[in-house]
Design a protein around this ligand. Structure first.
Ligand code: PLP
Length: 389
C-alpha cells in the first residue's frame, strides 16, 4: 500500500485499486504471489519479517485481507480456504458447552456444522425463525449465550434481518453477534458498522465473483484473546487461504462494485418481470417493494440488494426441477455471486431433512444481459408447463 490520499475514498475506488497496491521493491501495481512454504532465518537466527511457515500466513493473503478489512471498516480480517473453514473456526474457538443462537433456516452447511457440534455435546444450539427478533431474544435468555448467528439476506428465502437490532439483543445477553452477509458484500452492507462483532463472508461468492476460488473471511471490530484463538484454529487446521487463490481473489475484488451493481440491476429486472407471472406463485427478492423486509433491506444495503432471489414455481416439484433442467442460459449449478447466472432446485442440493419448499428455485443472477436471462426463464417455464394448470 502506498500514496493513499488522506481523505476517505469510496468502496469503488478502494476496490478498483486493490487498496492502491504498490510493491515497495519494484513499483509493481499488482501484488506478487508468494508461494514459499518456509522462510530462512537471518545470521542471528531471527525471522527476517513475521513469516515462518505457510500455514501461518503469506504476504499475498495478507494483502487480500487488508483490502477486505479496509472495506469492512475492520481492525483485522482473516482469510480461510473456504467459507466453511472460516465458519468452523468460529464454532471451534467456542468453549465446551457454549450456548449459541442460530436461524432455523440458513445456509445448509453452516447449520449442519452447528448441529454436528450439538450432537456431540460440544455446543448447545437454540434456533429462531430467520428475521424474527422476538424469537431471537427469547432464545438468548434461555441460557448464558456466547454467540448469536445472523444470516442476512437469509438462504434460500432471502428474509432480511435488522443487524443493528440483532446486535442490541446479542449484546444485552452478553453474546457476540456474527453476521453472514455473503449475499450483500461489504461494498453494500457494512455489518461491523451496524454492530456485528464478527463479519463472516463466503468470499467464494461475490467477493471473488468468478466461480474459480473457494475462500472465506472473518473481519472484526475488536481483536483480543478470542481472535487469537480463531487465528490459532486456522493455523492448526491449515485452512489459511493459499496465495494463488488470494491473488485471484484480489483480482476479482477489483471489479466487485461493477459486478455487484450489474447483478442488482439484472435481479431487479428479473424479479419485476416474473412477479405476478402465471407460471410463478411467488418471487422472493428483498429489492421488490412488495417484499415484507424491503425497508430494512433498503436501509442496510443502500439499495444494492444483490443478485440473489428465489422463485416458487407453480405445478409440482418435478415442474420446478424441469425448469432448472430446461434453462439454456442459466447454468444448473449450485453456488452464487459469480458473473454467470445459476439456477438450482434447492431441495435437491440441501438434501432431505432441510426445511426448504419443494418448488423453490434459487437464482444467482449474474452480469449477462437481463433480456437474455428473462427469455431463458420464460422458455423453460413454458416447456415445463408451469403456467398450465
Ligand atoms: C457459500 C456460503 C457459505 C459457505 O461458504 P463456502 O465458501 O462454500 O465454504 C456460507 N454462507 C453462505 C450464505 C453461503 O452462500
Amino acid at each position: 500500500m502506498a500514496h493513499r490520499p488522506n481523505r476517505p475514498l469510496s468502496p469503488a475506488t478502494k476496490l478498483a485499486q486493490a487498496l492502491r497496491y504498490l510493491d515497495p521493491a519494484t513499483g509493481a501495481i499488482v501484488p506478487q504471489i508468494q508461494t514459499a512454504a518456509t522462510y530462512a532465518r537471518d545470521e542471528n537466527y531471527a525471522l527476517r519479517q513475521s513469516y515462518m511457515y505457510r500455514r501461518d500466513s503469506n504476504v499475498t493473503t495478507e494483502q487480500a485481507e487488508a483490502i477486505i478489512a479496509d472495506l469492512e471498516g475492520a481492525t483485522e480480517s482473516l482469510l480461510f480456504s473456504s467459507g466453511m473453514g472460516a465458519a468452523t473456526a468460529v464454532i471451534e474457538h467456542l468453549p465446551a458447552d457454549a450456548h449459541v443462537v442460530v436461524p432455523e433456516v440458513m445456509y445448509h452447511g453452516v447449520l449442519a456444522q452447528f448441529k454436528t457440534y450439538a450432537a456431540k455435546n460440544r455446543l448447545r444450539v437454540s434456533t429462531y425463525p430467520a428475521g424474527d427478533l422476538d424469537a431471537m431474544k427469547a432464545a438468548t435468555v434461555e441460557s448464558d449465550t456466547a454467540l448469536v448467528w445472523v444470516e442476512t439476506p437469509n438462504n434460500p428465502n432471502w428474509d432480511t434481518t435488522d443487524i443493528a437490532a440483532a446486535a442490541e439483543i446479542a449484546h444485552a445477553a452478553g453474546a457476540k453477534l456474527v453476521t453472514d452477509c455473503t449475499g450483500t458484500p461489504p461494498c453494500a452492507t457494512r455489518a461491523l458498522e451496524l454492530g456485528a462483532d464478527i463479519s463472516f463472508h463466503s468470499a467464494t461468492k461475490y467477493l471473488n465473483g468468478h466461480s474459480d476460488v473457494t475462500a472465506g473471511v472473518l473481519s472484526v471490530r475488536e481483536t483480543g484473546p478470542y481472535w487469537d484463538e480463531i487465528f490459532h484454529v486456522r493455523m492448526i487446521q491449515g485452512t489459511v487461504l493459499h496465495s494463488f487463490d488470494a491473488f485471484l481473489l484480489i483480482r476479482g475484488m477489483r471489479t466487485l462494485m461493477l459486478r455487484y451493481e450489474r447483478a442488482t440491476e439484472n435481479a431487479l429486472a428479473v424479479a419485476q418481470h416474473f412477479e405476478g407471472h402465471p407460471g410463478i406463485e411467488k418471487v422472493m427478492y428483498p429489492g421488490l417493494p412488495s417484499h415484507p423486509d424491503h425497508e430494512i433491506a433498503k436501509r442496510q444495503t443502500g439499495g444494492l440488494y444483490g443478485g440473489m432471489l428465489s422463485i416458487l414455481v407453480k405445478g409440482t416439484e418435478q415442474t420446478a426441477i424441469d425448469v432448472s433442467r430446461y434453462c439454456e442460459v442459466f447454468y444448473p449449478a449450485t453456488s452464487l455471486g459469480g458473473v454467470e447466472s445459476l439456477i438450482e432446485h434447492r431441495k435437491t442440493v440441501s438434501g432431505e431433512g432441510f426445511p426448504v419448499h419443494p418448488r423453490l428455485l434459487r437464482l444467482s443472477i449474474g452480469i449477462e444481459d437481463a433480456g437474455d436471462l428473462i427469455a431463458d426463464l420464460e422458455q423453460a417455464l413454458d416447456r415445463a408447463g408451469a403456467a398450465t394448470p
